[in-house]
Design a binder for this molecule. Sequence first.
Ligand code: 0O2
Length: 220
Amino acid sequence: PEENPFMQEMHSFEEIMMMYSCAIREVKTKFEVLNDDFSVRYKRNPIEFIQSRIKKPVSIAKKLASKGCPVTCASILNNLDDVAGIRVICPFIDDIYMVAEKLISQDDITLIEAKDYISHPKPNGYRSLHVIVEIPVFFADHTRNMRVEVQIRTIAMDFWASLDHQLRYKKDIPNVDMISARLKKCADVISATDLEMQSIKNSIYGQRYIPELKRESPEE
Ligand code: 0O2
């Protein structure tokens, strides 16, 4: 029987969400492989943990509408970069850049955009490295380049961002300017701690630690 347009759109939506979920798995595996390799070779994990999420249907529709784009399935693939999201939490600041570099340099990954909110924090104090990448995903009868947004941050940056996110959900905040200033101060304190932790790590491991990674294969 012929499907009505609504049902067709619903089936397309289900298919697109499946495609994004597969793209997440592909990129997540790359980070897991990197972490495993690093842990065996260097006895240290550059990744603490990985989270992922698919943007919710209502958020997808709102974002398309706010960009003035049609709220259709085709429009999702053409206009949104953050339907598939992966968050990588690292112990140290230099791990963030190393992990990003390792991802971007892989043959099947295309870098679409990078936003460095660590060297250029948002005015409210938000810090993270955001990269949007494209990865080919092989489906049953076609291959498609899928976009994934990767947010890479330290444990400390993640701690701040998650509390900031909780607090911003409340709309009628009293003394909003004062609250924002206090949150910004927390972000700065946390950032100073991250820098000190990095400095302690450099004192223990030395600065040669990361450049050594640039070897193509182990010498032995
Ligand atoms: P969710 O629920 O994570 O999907 P855009 O993505 O186009 O709306 P922009 O500025 O181009 O806006 O993107 P940006 O700032 O590179 O990344 C947006 C995402 O980064 C947000 O996703 C948050 O996950 C995170 N983020 C950005 N700024 C802040 C901040 O001040 N505090 C916190 N806690 N997170 C932030 P969404 O779409 O807002 O939500």
